[in-house]
Design a binder for this molecule. Sequence first.
Ligand code: CA
Ligand code: CA
Length: 593
Amino acid sequence: MISTRNPFKRTAMSVAIVAAAVVSGTAYAGVTDKDIVQDAATPGDVVSFGMGTQGQRFSALDQINVDTVKDLVPAWSMSFGGEKQRGQESQPLIHDGVMFVTASYSRLFAIDVKTGVKLWKYEHRLPDGIMPCCDVVNRGAALFDNLVIFGTLDAQLVALDRETGKVVWKEKVDSYKAGYSMTAAPIIVKGMVISGVSGGEFGVVGRIEARDAKTGKMKWVRPVVEGHMGYTFDDAGNKKDNGVSGTVNATWPGDLWKTGGAATWAGATYDPETNLIFAGTGNPAPWNSHLRPGDNLFSSSTVAINPDTGKIVWHYQTTPHDGWDFDGVNEFVSFDYTDPKTGKVIKAGGKADRNGFFFVLDRTNGKLLNAFPFVNKITWADSINLETGRPNYTKGGRPGDPSESKDGKKGEVVFSAPSFLGGKNQQQIAYNPDTGYFYVPANEWGMDIWNEPVSYKKGAAYLGAGFTIKPLHEEYIGALRAVDPATGKIVWEHTNYAPLWGGVLTTRGGLTFFGTPEGYLRALDAKTGKEVWSFQTGSGVVAPPVTWEMDGDQYIAVVSGWGGAVPLWGGEVARRVNFLEQGGSVWVFKLHK
Ligand code: CA
Ligand code: CA
């Protein structure tokens, strides 16, 4: 039966075929909306980015705990192979005995999760001339029914058959020649695949799109730059106006909103309790803020969208009139917040923003509940006004206007912290309901930044700024911090020489796992921050670990492979960490018994 279906593989990869037959079988049930909504509560699988669409990255498993973690050992490792190493930022998914993990250069692997044997690999054919700003990364796939769906560096969405790796549908999202690309993991909401776009450094227009996950056909699109029309689509593909986002020219002057950026490059989270999709939006384009007076909605914000209507329900802008490329793409993580004044439990969300402040919002309406720094040095704002929800800007914190300089070519240079790579960047936070803490992989760095004249040219960098990133301390840049959302206190921190660029996992076992560019996967006591375990993976870890249970054993997995934005954009920091080696592999661990 297998041999007629797959004659080539029978000889070349007989072991894999046996494994594939066992896992595929006839009893396989596809991933459902219910599986996805319940993902966080079902430790037998990981079927969504964020280990649950709310994005908490918390597991109730406790077999691996503060006492037993010393016996955690590798079960297997698999190389992504080839010459295509570079940044590996992917979160693996695990379902029905198979791991699905993406790799650099738009690759996707299916692996027998018991043995580590590769079942199949998909290598997307990338054209010359793709323009990913920040390395050839991918952060993961989405599962729905029998499909594995991911975005590619040439701005396509590809759905593969989970069993064979064959393309079932493929949709062009936008033109890579105009600077669009895709690096985020899509999420599934009500049978729709929800995706964003990368390209904020090229003057793209950020948006969230919803497609029928089974067919790839468009359901709705919602631009997140004020002035652009949203659309819904019928089954025949006819599009219908669905209202303009915001009001044309209310917070943008002239025509700049037409190439306004606000790239949704880190994707979105979804909260089934409020039925809202939360998308982070990137910097307004260009970086030179003197060209675009106003708040420039909905850039550098969290935008809440109703998946049934494709309309914006609320927004909260973390950096109005962003002049530092602070973006606002950082994930918005739903959690129950106990108001310290009233003791009332509020449906809230937490976000560690690139601009250095941690924000707690009421996730039903976007109202600010708390905001506090999670890094040591912030130069652009003194604080966030809890009444108005707006920053108290620091005088002289904004890089100068080049048109006020002598030759009109370079504005006043300002030293700014955090650097534009952020107090936190793509590396995902985690929330542990047992401790009540968020775990934030933070970085302490600043930048010299200045503005220059610039005009939009399709497919060209659209910054109008120059910069040099610098460390703030000799001893460390990275700091994993346990943050109390109610008090705003940093409860403990674990510092790291290189900048942290990998996400966090936290568990009922009282542990917090994270990786370092130096190659270590580390486990800390979630309460105290004390290091209780580490393992050297052979290359830098810039991806989030996951955990699941299989046949009575708890497993941990993480991808290893140094890269991402730091070596490309990091200035003095990039030089400081240029001893780090690239790689590309996935590691799986369990307790030695
Ligand atoms: Ca699950
Ligand atoms: Ca940006």
